[in-house]
Design a protein around this ligand. Sequence first.
Ligand SMILES: Nc1ncnc2c1ncn2[C@@H]1O[C@H](COP(=O)(O)OP(=O)(O)OP(=O)(O)O)[C@@H](O)[C@H]1O
Ligand SMILES: [Mg+2]
Length: 424
Amino acid sequence: MKENIITALDIGSSTIRSLLVKCKSQDHMEILGISELPSSGIEKGIVKDIQAVSDCVRKALEEVETVAGTNAVNIFANITGEHIKTHVGDGRISIPTASPNEPGEIDQAHVDQVINDAKNSVKIQKGFERSQILHGIPQGYVIDGQDDIRNPVRMIGFHLITKVYTIFADITPLRNLSKSIELAGYEIEPENFVLSHIAIANAVLSEDERRLGTILLDIGGGTCDISLFHRGVLEKILVVPMAGSAITEDLAIGLKTNLANAEYIKTQYGIALASSVDPEVEVDVEGIAGRESNRKTQHLVSHVIQHRVEEMLSLCYDRLKNYYTPELVTAGIVLTGGTARLQQIDKVVENAFNMHVKVAAPDLSRLNGMVSHLDDPAFATVVGLLYHAASLDRELKAPTSRAARFGTTKIADKIKQIYKDFTT
Ligand SMILES: Nc1ncnc2c1ncn2[C@@H]1O[C@H](COP(=O)(O)OP(=O)(O)OP(=O)(O)O)[C@@H](O)[C@H]1O
Ligand SMILES: [Mg+2]
């Protein structure tokens, strides 16, 4: 792979995060810029106010560009939401042979062809006309009746069959997301949208976890993104439209305070397991719109949080339960997303699923530069987008210098200094 710039853009319901890196190889990337800003105009993965989303995208990308001194090109962004659909279908091809009774050798082009055959067969089915394929994940191959083949390249056969798990996004939410990036003044190729689940898995899951079976659960602001891995492959994805924002809203109602104060109390004093909270401790609660403030016990705060977390997990469990048995998920649950920062949430998840739970931050071994800020479960998506982009065998655009747009370097220097203070 040629040395290149990759820009990862995680457009979340609560936060927009961007990383701009110089990619030297799949395993060696240098961070040139990081940005993290509150997002607005997007809820549960769906654009609700295109101008607001595009303003956030522009701010986030301008910030990384300024720090990096280079333009944000080769943008890869995530997509999630209840509109994501999946389908399992077969692809089959004949391998060209020199003579009718002599099998041929399978190469990568044949593998790509059989996966495309499965993907395209779904596209023409009813219900998928207004969808775009995001990913086709082969679940294993069969060569002339021999099944469970993991990698058929260089093997010999007459016929190659594969079962493919195809993931689609509805065209309307996808186009609106794309348009909000264009309105911000940037370009994104249609094939550079990556399902959040796939990005996150790239950042946090080991080969062992994929093989032994894992439920990957990202609890963000608007959605719980659930992925089930088994025998090394992604077998099922689900999206539950409830996450951290619902906890904040419950706190605002339960404590009679505004959303900003509820968010502050959640992130500063929130503990997901009410039984572990000292009943004597109290917290200050601001009144709504200038009303008198008062004090509430941390136990009450915790009680409200636990109630909502349990409801959210019960929705996740109900959606997921038909697709796995505990013995297929030997590695347990891996938890990411901003809500995974909530104290003791791992214990509540453990009780709900009766499984071991690990809170995971992204693997940063392939990055150098300012990595310490990324050691956080909320950065799994944006780091995973980078890893996904770096793994593609695709021609990327050459970097272009950013300096000319500023005329003077004074603003850039100032932002660089703020950025330096923020990351050290
Ligand atoms: N320390 C903390 N304790 C509890 N909750 C937290 C903490 N830090 C962040 N959160 C919550 O995490 C959520 C945001 O997580 P994240 O940044 O992963 O979401 P997002 O990617 O913007 O949303 P989504 O993935 O759902 O579109 C918010 O609800 C926020 O309140
Ligand atoms: Mg997210």
